[in-house]
Design a binder for this molecule. Structure first.
Ligand SMILES: [Cu+2]
Length: 263
């Protein structure tokens, strides 16, 4: 113990500063987050979903799942964020904030555009393959299909701003696709054409499920997240090792621990 203390005292301050500077940003950019997805207000959706995200620097991996959406239809899904957005899921009061072209009966349809003040713009397209930029936001041939899906991807590159937003609880996962008229397919029906792309029915792009990504504690008990379970398992021996040290250390160690606890 004495040797350790003396060594710590004699480490030059410059080295400590360099160490902290090197460790700081790397630690800040690591983490995971989880979103529990629930139906967007107004729209007739009885479904649920889960999104988990791991961040390492500006590298992102994710798993996305949903149950109960329109069968046999593609479901566009994104991470949304806006620096001036509220960074939350929309409420019914966000409906009809502005008149929208292509929306024929505004009271019964909640569009993607109407949710933007709450969740912001598309920053990551959660596609099953290929490009993941906002440009792929409506690439309906590269999203999951059906009423019960789960898929994962890794090595998605995001901006530092987006990585920070995710780890600070400001990013929102949204899954799209609402069958208003219940005809079992995306059709113009009484909803009309999409506010995002007039070549698509509004049913294909309106938001169905939404959830804010919230940081999961390191070693936490995030359900269904394999990597978190691994983290927890690997940190367990570390904790146990610390307990063993405490027991072996005797009264002096216990006293130090007490003073630390009350500090
Ligand atoms: Cu979206």
């Amino acid at each position: 113990m004495n040797r350790i203390t003396r060594a710590a005292l004699t480490v030059p301050i410059v080295s400590l500063t360099a160490l902290l500077a090197a460790a700081g940003p790397a630690m800040a950019a690591e983490g995971s987050a989880r979103a529990d997805l629930t139906p967007v207000p107004v729209n007739p959706v009885t479904a649920s979903g889960q999104g988990t995200v791991q961040i390492s620097g500006t590298n992102l991996s994710f798993t996305l799942a949903a149950q109960g959406l329109l069968a046999d239809a593609p479901h566009a899904a994104h991470i949304h964020f806006g620096a001036t957005a509220r960074n939350e899921c929309p409420t019914a009061s966000d409906n009809n904030a502005a008149a929208l072209a292509g929306e024929t009966d505004p009271h019964t349809h909640f569009t993607t555009t109407e949710g933007a003040p709450a969740y912001g713009e598309i920053v990551v397209s959660l596609t099953t393959s290929g490009d993941t930029s906002p440009a792929s936001g409506l690439a309906v041939d590269r999203f999951a299909v059906g009423d019960d899906f789960e898929y994962s991807r890794g090595d998605v590159q995001v901006s530092q701003e987006v990585a920070d937003a995710i780890l600070s609880g400001k990013a929102v996962v949204v899954i799209h696709g609402v069958d208003y008229d219940g005809d079992g397919a995306y059709s113009a029906g009484d909803r009309g054409v999409s506010d995002l792309d007039a070549s698509l029915p509004g049913e294909a792009t309106d938001p169905a499920l939404c959830g804010v990504l919230k940081a999961t504690p390191a070693g936490g008990v995030a359900a269904g997240d394999g990597s978190s379970a691994t983290d927890e398992a690997s940190s367990l021996p570390y904790v146990l090792g610390g307990l063993a040290l405490t027991a072996a250390g005797g009264a002096a160690f216990a006293a130090r621990r007490n003073s630390r606890t009350t500090a």
